[in-house]
Design a protein around this ligand. Structure first.
Ligand code: GLU
Length: 519
């Protein structure tokens, strides 16, 4: 029987979601949607020491901003579902609320001989660790050392039962088999085999907080939630043998999910994993949204930096997946159609902040003038600028090719909305020369009496013909006019500017420049 595809994104709320995590969520989503399957969000918060307030909400909001909407786990109000219902049959989706579920599974493994109770105190383990270190070794709780430690394999049944009753710091550990080759298949990495003797006896459940560790909770929940594929970051690859052995120990191999471990996101320069420090150093965010830590430390986000979610997602999709064609621009719907785990690379993907900007520029260009004008109007409102919608649409049309972000619009075209308050000294020294100013004055007069069609092409032609007929130096006169209009020597064409500011404003700005920059 073929099972319905069900995949999950299972972050731990230990801080803001790194863009690598967003990519994992995205690949899971694409994989599910391509197959008409379900994408589930599950919060893995069993490690209470690492819990960070606000991180869960941040994860949900990040996915929402990206358009990666879970089918299960989050309700319409953006909250993690706690009570089972038709749409969310496996609730709760927060592991801390699933606490009562796990103990019996851990006990089941003890009964079947795949796990045991361990009573070693933290101090005893520390002593074992330092003893090993002074002998030049590293301490591992494994098939060898467990024979000499305090656990249900070495203690009598009576003593074990007494300790279970009377103490509260014991744990249940997985009994890693000795010298067994674990054979595994990964959808990205192919066949992998590992000898179990290299692995340790991981803690599965802790009496102290009555909580499972990541490994147990993850396997139990993937089983109960009928997950068919586990698509996650490469950092989990070392856990794969244990996970395979856990499925075997539970007798769940028939329905065991397939695994795909995604390549790391690498630093733009040098080697290693992309970190927040790289972003700080090179000036780009590594988080989808701005994050303020409980200590008040602020981290930039792609949303607040002005990226379009479609551009962000498109960029992320191509970090590790190669469509095998030249195509670079993919909508989410196209990604759903084209994505394939078979084309995910084994090696890490270098993050490229310039390429990320390039994607945003491309998406900005693809947006309609109307849509961009609406966004620009929000920015203008914050600057107390009043302009007709028609004017804003016209300006956006004129400048959108020059912008990467909507926030660039103001920097490119602020002088179409207000007069300059000062003049760049260097440019003034270069362009505000007596002979040019005289010629420019005549051009201003000409424009003031211009009666042709009020369109850029006609006005431009008229100005240029006039300058040429008088044999004035075109560039110099234009720069002189531009200085009066914008306060510096660079910017849009004179006709473009005047069309939006109007003739009278040109007159006013030129008079003001003459007064301020008197020669
Ligand atoms: N909770 C793990 C994490 O934070 C999930 C790993 C997995 O997907 O199995 O990444």
């Amino acid at each position: 029987m073929t099972r319905k595809t069900r995949v999950r994104f299972a972050p731990s709320p230990t801080g803001p979601l790194h863009i690598g995590g967003v990519r994992t969520a995205l690949y899971n989503y694409l994989y599910a949607k391509q197959r008409g399957g379900d994408f589930i969000l599950r919060i893995e918060d069993t490690d209470s020491h690492r819990f960070v307030p606000g991180a869960e909400e941040y994860i949900i909001e990040s996915l929402r901003w990206c358009g990666i909407i879970p089918d299960e786990g989050v309700d319409e109000n953006g909250k993690i579902v706690s009570e089972p219902c038709a749409r969310h049959p496996h609730a709760p989706y927060r592991q801390s609320e699933r606490r009562p579920i796990y103990r019996k599974y851990a006990e089941q493994l003890v009964e079947s001989g795949n796990a045991y109770y361990a009573f070693d105190t933290a101090a005893e383990l520390e002593a074992a660790r330092s003893a090993a270190e002074s002998a030049g070794q590293t301490f591992i709780y494994n098939y060898e050392s467990r024979k000499h430690l305090r656990n249900s394999l070495t203690l009598s049944k009576e003593e074990t039962e007494r300790l279970l009753r009377e103490t509260t710091t014991w744990t249940i550990r997985f009994k890693m088999p000795e010298d067994t080759v674990v054979e595994m298949d990964d959808m990205v990495r192919g066949h992998i085999s590992v000898n179990s003797s290299t692995l340790d006896d991981k803690v599965l459940w802790k009496r102290a907080d009555e909580l499972p560790t990541y490994h147990l909770a993850n396997i139990v929940d993937d089983h109960l939630m009928e997950i068919t594929e586990v698509i996650r970051g490469e950092e989990w690859l070392p856990s794969l043998p244990l996970h395979f052995l856990l499925y075997k120990a539970f007798g769940w191999t028939e329905t065991q999910p397939r695994f795909a471990h995604l390549p790391l996101l690498l630093k733009p320069v040098g080697n290693g994993k992309l970190s927040k420090r790289d972003g700080d150093k090179l000036g780009f965010p590594v988080f989808p949204l701005k994050w303020v830590s409980p200590e008040g430390e602020v981290s930039r986000g792609y949303r607040e930096d002005g990226y379009f979610p479609e551009a962000f997602i498109n960029m992320l999709a191509l970090l590790g997946w190669n469509p095998g064609t030249e195509q670079e621009i993919f909508s989410l719907a196209e990604l759903v159609k084209e994505f394939s785990i078979a084309k995910v690379s084994k090696s890490g993907a270098k993050f490229n902040p310039d390429k990320t900007k390039w994607f945003n520029k491309e998406y900005l260009r693809m947006k309609s003038d109307e849509e961009l004008a609406a966004l620009f109007e929000k920015d203008l409102a914050g600057r107390d600028v009043v302009a007709s919608h028609e004017k804003v649409v016209g300006i956006v049309h004129l400048i959108k090719e020059r912008a990467t972000f909507v926030s660039d619009f103001w920097d490119i075209a602020w002088y179409l909305f207000k007069a300059p308050e000062s003049y760049a000294e260097k440019d003034a020294a270069k362009f505000w020369k007596i002979e040019n100013v005289e010629a420019a004055s005549k051009v201003v007069e000409r424009i003031l009496s211009y009666e042709g069609a009020w369109v850029k092409e006609d006005l431009e032609k008229d100005i240029e013909e006039f300058i040429r007929a008088n044999q004035w130096p075109m560039g110099k006169v234009m720069n002189c006019l531009r200085l009066a209009l914008t306060g510096c020597g660079s910017g849009l064409g004179i006709a473009d500017i005047v069309i939006f500011t109007g003739k009278e404003e040109l007159g006013r700005r030129f008079a003001k420049a003459k007064e301020t920059l008197n020669l």
